[in-house]
Design a protein around this ligand. Structure first.
Ligand SMILES: Cc1cc2nc3c(=O)[nH]c(=O)nc-3n(C[C@H](O)[C@H](O)[C@H](O)COP(=O)(O)OP(=O)(O)OC[C@H]3O[C@@H](n4cnc5c(N)ncnc54)[C@H](O)[C@@H]3O)c2cc1C
Length: 781
């Protein structure tokens, strides 16, 4: 018997009734998305009073000895085997030996437990592998990513029956089966749940016996590994018109494993995603019959496909693309710092120009931030969390920041970044960014609907409890639960109003912070912004209610603030975990100052655009009485960050740790990255000699030698460094007829590329012949 009280019966009850009518009901797909995964540090941020000691005490991610050996052994070996230029422009596929290596060394089985023959790696190890591969070849990284992300392997482990796990997982682990996952169809992209791909429960013949099963019809597109997959994880809507498995006609989204050699399947055609040639393409099924046993999880799991997908995505989204993005940003820092140091214009290295330093500083800080967030998120995943909101933040923020870092890198490289050829080490990454932006939840949707939309419900200390109470069919129990949650919520809002006001009006000076040396003020500012965020969330929920869902621009700004709070927490944790090294401090300062500026700006925009004006005025008065005050990183901090990546040092090494460093020649080709690395090292080594020459204003090496400012040995060193620079700044060129003939011969035929040798000239040397890029069919027309 529920207890009765004055508060519950006379105050809460009318609010309960009003809220039941006011709040829109969640659709099934929304509810399943919200229920997927769990919450972690994101929930602390929503309290308005994050417990920093808890964050700092959280154990950082670590690799086991076995995982380290895998990185030093098979991963290095694989990187050495890869010729990205050849893969993309000549073979249009990974060479057979790379495919074999990926399968035999279990790159496709990083997440499959050892008991099934997989590698059973931690999230951090998985991330480190993808990170290193990404700095060698986007194509190979994407290929290795997919079987370890959302797909048959993950779904079988989470939801498969014992029999399915025993059959499929060892086959996947041994590389005998190549999996892919088909969700997207032409009519259903971001709104994947609207798919029209269908399955009908019926009886049919499978391997000679008549069994209960499903007749499938589908058209999927953009499916990675699809063209070569042997098993397709398929999402479709299941119908049971004859009620063979229950009493419902429309059962809902269901996931099944479909062997791709079954009759009725067309698979093998390929897309060319941004001219990257990892296997990706459409597939179709016409009246394909599969037994009921092929439904992932068996007949008990029919109709639960969306929930299964959301749950699998909750973890996977936090690993693959954030790892690729962190790798990409570190790679940009590594090569762009080096290039800016060796490239001279107006008789000085371009790294000396302030406008270039502005870009270099941003690249360096982005590399620091993304790797900090990647490590922290992996640590959470390895600790058993599946924080769906955190992984949505990671996916969107990491790929967006990669886009900025690559653009900066391209701008600093000028023509050197644009001219394609084996010497170009940026073009492939640049072309790959939109892919990362689009897959696993296109960024606009992720930013404007998911981060805050899901976050507000999932991470808020009371909102989900209130919503569940409102939907409780036992009204008395619902009222009791609502009473507890609602008054807890009121207390939470009042506390945050006082916190937000006090912290804003004192400039955050009194806000809580752990003793963290020079970083202590950053914690105080974050505590201040977290309180303002929590208050703004409550006011928005109270005044807009369900309408907030449609206010995507408002929601996106909340998403940005939440993301900044998360990423900044990660940067602070990294600095702490790495022993608070003073040399790294400019990077931390840049990240935090940039974050405060974004947060202040987003609050300002929120207030200026908030539809309920009195609420906006109240918010302005409490959290931002003087408008946005943060200006972002100072020129001094930016300059210090830029300096880190233009000089060899331990800080630079920490920032760009564990990237793949190619040999100077890989196969027949001179390697662009290695040439820049060599020129950078030699330029830095001869700097003292050049400084000496400058003091006596020596015009060139010969004059300095004559004046005896330098020795003969030093003259040789200077000449060698100049040659190394000339080789590093060289770009590729091709004979026109070879490009034309190649384009024509390849028209519309990506599976059998013509191969012709081209001659190439560079400004510094005559490198060996190489394969010429084919133009895509459309360009050749
Ligand atoms: C290279 C590549 C590999 C892929 N691999 C796979 C795979 O292996 N398996 C698979 O199933 N799928 C795969 N996909 C599909 C991918 O998940 C979809 O492309 C993605 O979900 C977006 O769908 P769409 O391209 O149809 O864009 P659309 O859904 O048409 O979206 C277009 C734009 O509108 C925005 N938008 C849509 N709805 C809203 C909204 N409500 N509010 C605000 N903005 C909105 C989107 O963010 C996007 O910017 C792949 C795609 C690519 C390009």
């Amino acid at each position: 018997m529920p207890h009765s009280s004055f508060r519950r019966d006379w105050i809460t009850k009318p609010i309960f009734r009003m809220a039941q009518h006011a709040l829109p009901r969640l659709s099934d797909t929304e509810r399943e998305a919200i229920e997927a995964g769990d919450v972690w540090w994101d929930a602390d941020l929503f309290t308005g009073n994050p417990d920093w000691t808890k964050l700092l005490a959280f154990a950082p991610a670590k690799l086991s000895a076995e995982e380290q050996q895998f990185l030093a052994g098979p991963v290095e070996e694989l990187c050495r085997m890869i010729d990205d230029w050849k893969i993309n422009w000549d073979l249009h596929d990974l060479p057979p030996e790379v495919w074999d290596f990926l399968k035999s060394r279990k790159f496709f089985a990083m997440i499959i437990p050892k008991a099934y023959g997989g590698l059973g790696f931690s999230a951090y190890a998985h991330s480190e592998v993808i990170r290193k591969l990404s700095t060698r070849s986007i194509c190979v990284a994407c290929t290795a990513m997919v079987p370890n992300s959302l797909g048959p392997g993950e779904l079988l482990m989470q939801f498969g029956t014992k029999a399915q796990q025993d059959y499929w997982l060892p086959r996947l682990a041994r590389g005998e089966e190549i999996p892919c996952f088909g969700l997207t169809s032409p009519e259903a992209g971001s709104d994947a749940a609207s798919m029209i791909d269908s399955g009908v429960v019926c009886r049919g013949t499978y391997q000679g016996s008549e069994v209960l099963g499903i007749r499938l019809n589908w058209h999927k597109r953009y499916i990675t590994l699809g063209p070569i997959a042997t098993v397709l994880g398929l999402a479709f809507k299941l119908h049971d018109p004859d009620h063979l498995i229950g009493n419902k006609d429309d059962i809902g989204i269901t996931l099944a494993l479909v062997p791709t050699q079954l009759p009725g399947i067309s698979i093998g055609r390929r897309h060319l995603p941004a001219l990257h040639v990892f296997q990706n393409g459409p597939n179709w099924g016409h009246d394909v019959f599969i037994p009921m046993d092929n439904v992932i999880g068996g007949v008990d799991q029919v109709g639960k496909g969306w929930k299964m997908l959301m749950s699998a995505l909750a973890a996977g989204r936090g690993i693959s693309l954030p790892s690729l993005s962190a790798a990409g940003a570190a790679f940009c820092a590594h090569v762009t710092g080096a290039y800016a140091r060796i490239r001279e214009q107006f008789h000085v290295p371009i790294a000396k120009f302030e406008a270039i330093q502005e870009r270099l500083g941003r690249i360096a800080a982005t590399a620091y931030l993304l790797d900090a967030a990647r490590r922290m998120t992996c640590a959470a995943l390895d600790d058993g969390h599946h924080p769906a909101v955190v992984t949505a933040i990671m996916k969107e923020q990491a790929t967006e920041r990669l886009r900025i870092a690559v653009n900066d890198a391209m701008d600093v490289h000028g023509g050197k970044g644009i001219i394609e050829g084996p010497l170009n080490y940026l073009g492939s990454l640049y072309r790959g960014v939109p892919i990362a932006i689009t897959v696993e939840g296109a960024n606009i949707v992720t930013r404007s609907l998911i981060q805050f939309g899901q976050g507000a419900i999932r991470c808020h200390p009371y909102l989900l409890k209130e919503m569940q109470a409102l939907e409780d069919e036992d009204r008395a129990r619902g009222l009791d639960a609502f009473d507890a949650a609602f008054w807890g919520h009121v207390g939470h809002s009042l506390a945050n109003t006082l916190r937000a006001w006090g912290r804003a009006w004192t400039g955050g000076l009194m806000a809580p912070a752990p003793e963290a040396g020079a970083a202590t003020p950053f914690y105080r500012q974050l505590s201040r912004h977290a309180a303002a965020f929590a208050l703004a969330v409550d006011l928005a929920l109270l005044s807009l209610g369900g309408a907030l869902k449609r206010k995507e621009m408002i929601s996106a700004r909340f998403g940005d603030i939440l993301s900044e709070l998360y990423l900044s927490s990660a940067a602070l944790k990294r600095w702490n975990d790495e022993g608070r090294q003073a040399d790294d401090f400019p990077l931390l300062a840049y990240c935090l100052e940039a974050s405060f500026a974004t947060i202040s700006l987003r609050f300002d925009e929120l207030i200026a655009n908030f539809p309920v004006r009195p609420v906006a005025w109240l918010l302005r008065f409490i959290i931002q009485p003087l408008g946005p005050r943060s200006r972002g990183p100072s020129d001094r901090v930016t300059d210090a960050c830029a300096a880190i990546i233009v000089t060899p040092s331990a800080v630079r090494d920490r920032l760009t740790v564990d990237l793949y460093h190619p040999a100077e020649t890989e196969g027949e080709e001179a390697n662009g990255i290695a040439l820049v690395e060599r020129a950078f090292a030699m330029t830095a080594a001869v700097q003292p000699i050049r400084d000496r020459m400058q003091t006596v204003r020596a015009r060139d090496i010969d004059q300095a030698l004559k004046q005896r400012t330098i020795t003969a040995e030093e003259a040789t060193q200077l000449k060698a460094a100049a040659d190394a620079v000339a080789a590093a700044i060289a770009v590729d060129d091709f004979a026109p007829e070879e490009l034309t003939s190649r384009g024509a011969s390849n028209k519309g035929d990506v599976s059998s590329p013509a191969t012709s040798q081209a001659s190439r000239q560079s400004t510094s040397e005559q490198p060996p012949p190489h394969q010429v890029p084919p133009f895509p069919a459309a360009a050749a027309e």
